[in-house]
Design a protein around this ligand. Sequence first.
Ligand code: NYM
Ligand code: MG
Length: 212
Amino acid sequence: KNCSSNSRGALIVLEGLDRSGKSSQSSRLVSYLESQGHAVELWRFPDRNTSVGQMISSYLSNKSQLDDHTIHLLFSANRWEKRSVMEAKLKAGVNLIVDRYSYSGVAFSSAKGLDVEWCKAPEVGLLAPDLVVYLDILPEKASERGGYGGERYEQLEFQKKVAHCYEVLRDPSWKIIDACQPMEEVEKQLQEIVWDQVVACQKGKPLFNLWR
Ligand code: NYM
Ligand code: MG
């Protein structure tokens, strides 16, 4: 049996509060992996380009109102509509760096008071990340970073609740990086953590589904 036949890309997810630095760090990480000769793509959820994504975007910018359960399921649907492409990319050897995933889905909705198990249910069967990196920052510190963009959820009191919900979700496999360090330091730590997973997946680490 040819061992390299199960070689694949790694599914790496970055999570954290708004203004924790996920977007900057994801693109820096992609540049780094590219420079090392790896096939890699930067993804983000919500993906605002699809029609579901446009509904989400309009909700986030307060142009529409939706029931909390409804918007939760739209966020989930937005991941489901990308699942098969995601799987194909990974199997073709492309590493995916994903800015937010199911954990954002559960943390933000349960912060509104929705039941955690109810929130997790529609995520079951999506691809499980090989690695979840949490960019850890106090809500107060995040809110000092040049202010929020004015979207729904970008308020200190709500972000405190989200931080708590992330703590409930967090499991021992998550890698936590102190996001208050200088950008270059966060970048370096991220590179080291991700490297091992990229190598493990190249060697054929199996791909699992959420939510185990
Ligand atoms: N968000 C993101 C959710 O509430 N549920 C989800 O499933 C996802 C992926 O959308 N405040 C929230 C978190 C953010 C907001 O994300 C927009 P971003 O990364 O700021 O574009
Ligand atoms: Mg944001």
